[in-house]
Design a protein around this ligand. Sequence first.
Ligand code: ZN
Length: 324
Amino acid sequence: MAVRYAPELVEEIRSRVDIVDVVSRYVHLRPRGRNLVGLCPFHAEKTPSFTVNPEKQLFHCFGCHEGGDVFAFLMKRTGVGFAEAVEQLAQQAGIDVSRLARSPADAERERHRRRLLEVHRLVAGFYREMLQGPAGRAARAYLERRGVTPAVSERFQLGYAPAGEALLRFLARAGIPVELAVEAGLLVPSRDGRPPYPRFRERLMFPIADHAGRIVGFGGRLLVEREGAPKYLNSPETPLFSKGRTLYGLHLARDAARRTGSVVVVEGYMDCISLYQHGIANVVASLGTAFTEFQAQALARVAERVVIAFDADAAGEAAAQRTL
Ligand code: ZN
């Protein structure tokens, strides 16, 4: 049975989704006058005749005469029906999809996802506060040594994970259940029957965002060497976070990548931030050395040229070769 959606809902989605963002996932767009142009995804061509008008939120191809709004684009490009297009775009727009979900199980999954996103957002705020307070003194000193200005720290939403119970107290205050924090990878269950403890301790924290800028995980850099503790630690795989499907800084680099037609891939969080600090905004970091096809596709959508800038040591060279 066909699902029907209220016209107001469809209108609300249209007003909250940017067609440029949606099209950019499939077409590399460049500015031309007031429009953006790219190679048409619906017919083969060598010179761009596919045009997106951000003001009117419409696309049109002067070659094959396809055209329409964001719903039409998604349906045509991915082959989904109108109902599915509405649901996908509603989700991206942060519009409550539970009221238009297909099944109670889907609705529950979606609600759970949103709860996890909220936990990440709140905890990122907690880390950020810690960085600015007395506990974050060493982390601030480290950033200063590395030449990271407060503005750049703000842009990347850097934070500090303290030792001790502070996170547990924060979670309790914020009403975040311990099990949810465990599922989010922020707490680690104890084996000996004691309560779960914070995964990230005495670390400079790098929130990792998805393509829409929502925080889905964290990376943490140890500030003081500790026996048996790795220098860098990431969130584990969670329902939100998958290393192979994420590129650090992508949502911040997208505009610059599109403008310049190129994107630089570095290995680490700090490399990414340092390059940004030195005026290179079209930079992302691969999380770990194994580069996935998913990441390659994500990059191909924002730029034609990809520059690999890994460490100049043997390990970095090998990783660069694999990535290429
Ligand atoms: Zn066309």
